[in-house]
Design a protein around this ligand. Structure first.
Ligand SMILES: NC(=O)c1ccc[n+]([C@@H]2O[C@H](COP(=O)([O-])OP(=O)(O)OC[C@H]3O[C@@H](n4cnc5c(N)ncnc54)[C@H](O)[C@@H]3O)[C@@H](O)[C@H]2O)c1
Length: 310
C-alpha cells in the first residue's frame, strides 16, 4: 500500500483512465475529477474516489486537501472542435487549468503534472523537434501555450513544482475511437475487424510520432518520484515516426486482413510530419519501451473486446 494521495483530472478519458488504472494497481489512493463531458464513467477504476465536477468550478478546491501529486489532464482537445469554439477552448483549457493550479497551491499540493501538447510545435518545421521550438497556431495549441505561461507564473509567484508534458500521438487501449474521424490506428483496426475498407485522407505519406500510453505512464510515475522533472516541460514521443500507410500495413499484417484502402481528400491544416526530440526526457531516466506491433496488439485486444461489434 502506498500512502500518497494522487488527484487526476480527466480521469474518465483515455490517458487519465489508463493512469488511474496504473496508480490504483500500485496502491496509491486516487481521487478522480471529470465532468463526463467526453470521458466514460465505465472507464474509471472502481477504487478511484470519483467526483463528477467541472475543473472550472471552485467546488473542486476541497478535493485537493491532503493530495501529494496532481495530474491535470482534463481538456477540450479535439483541434477541429476548438477551432469552432475558441471561447469554450479558453474557458476549459486556460481558466480551468488556472483553477486547478490555484486549488493545488492553496492546498499545499507538493507537485502538479499537467498536459501540454506537441501541437505547440505545429508552426515549426524543425525535426526532430526540441522543447524550445514553440510555434502554436491553432486555438487548441494557443490554449496549451497559455496554460504553460500560467504554470510559469505559479512557479514564480507561489513556488509550485510543475512538470508540463508535451505528448505526441498517444495510442493504446481506450484511445478515442468515438470521434467522427477517429485517430488513425483505432480507425484502421475497427474497419478491418468489421471487414470494411479503411480510409486514408490524402496520400498516406504523412508521418507521425506515436507513443504508447504505457510508456507515458512510466513517465508519469517518474514525475511523482523524481525532482529532476520539476520546473520543466518534456516531449513525450517515441523519437521515431511512421507514415499513415505504414501504420495501415502493420495493422493489416497483425489482423491478417487486407481489405483495399479508400482514399479521400486530404484534411486541411495537418502537419506533414511530427517527430519528437526526446533527449530531455531521456536525460531524467526515461525511455520508451513498447514496440509498435506490441502496442498495436494492446489496442486490437481492447477493440475486439469493447468496440468492434458495437
Ligand atoms: N491523446 C493524445 O494523443 C494527446 C496528445 C497531446 C496532448 N494530449 C492532452 O492530454 C490530455 C488527456 O488527453 P486524452 O487523450 O486522455 O483526452 P480525453 O478527451 O480522452 O480525456 C479528457 C477528459 O477530460 C474531461 N473533461 C473535459 N472538459 C472538462 C471539464 N471542463 N471539467 C472536467 N473534466 C473535463 C473529459 O470528459 C474527458 O474524460 C488532454 O489535456 C490533451 O489535450 C493528448
Amino acid at each position: 500500500m502506498n500512502d500518497r494521495k494522487i488527484l487526476i483530472t480527466g480521469c474518465a478519458g483515455f490517458i487519465g483512465s489508463n493512469l488511474a488504472d496504473r496508480l490504483c494497481r500500485k496502491g496509491y489512493s486516487v481521487v478522480g475529477v471529470d465532468n463526463l463531458s467526453y470521458g466514460l464513467a465505465s472507464q474509471i477504476p472502481s477504487a478511484v474516489d470519483f467526483h463528477k465536477v467541472d475543473i472550472r468550478d471552485p467546488a473542486i478546491r476541497p478535493l485537493f486537501n491532503g493530495v501529494d501529486t496532481v495530474f491535470h489532464l482534463a481538456a477540450k482537445n479535439c483541434i477541429a472542435d476548438c477551432q469552432k469554439d475558441p471561447v469554450e477552448t479558453a474557458s476549459i483549457n486556460v481558466e480551468g487549468t488556472v483553477n486547478v493550479f490555484e486549488a493545488a497551491q492553496r492546498s499545499g499540493v507538493r507537485k502538479v503534472v499537467y498536459a501540454e501538447s506537441s501541437a505547440i510545435y505545429e508552426g515549426s518545421t524543425r525535426l526532430p523537434t526540441p522543447e524550445t521550438e514553440e510555434a502554436p497556431q491553432s486555438f487548441y495549441a494557443l490554449s496549451k501555450q497559455a496554460a504553460h505561461l500560467f504554470a510559469l507564473g505559479y512557479a514564480r509567484f507561489h513556488g509550485l513544482r510543475l512538470s508540463g508534458l508535451r505528448y505526441f500521438c498517444v495510442y493504446g487501449p481506450r484511445q478515442d475511437y468515438r470521434r467522427s474521424i477517429p485517430p488513425v490506428m483505432s480507425a484502421f483496426i475497427i474497419r478491418l475487424l468489421r471487414g470494411e475498407s479503411p480510409v486514408i485522407y490524402g496520400t498516406g505519406d504523412k508521418r507521425r510520432d506515436f507513443i504508447h500510453v504505457d510508456d507515458i505512464n512510466d513517465f508519469h510515475e517518474l514525475c511523482i518520484d523524481s525532482p529532476l522533472t520539476d520546473g520543466k516541460v518534456f516531449n513525450l514521443g517515441s523519437g521515431t515516426n511512421y507514415s499513415v500507410r505504414e501504420i495501415y500495413e502493420h495493422v493489416a499484417a497483425l489482423l491478417d486482413s487486407h481489405v483495399p484502402l479508400t482514399f479521400l481528400p486530404d484534411l486541411p491544416g495537418e502537419a506533414q510530419e511530427t517527430l519528437a526530440d526526446i533527449s530531455r526526457a531521456q536525460q531524467v531516466g526515461w525511455s520508451p519501451k513498447m514496440t509498435l506491433d506490441d502496442g498495436l496488439r494492446t489496442m486490437i485486444d481492447f477493440i475486439r473486446k469493447n468496440v468492434a461489434d458495437s
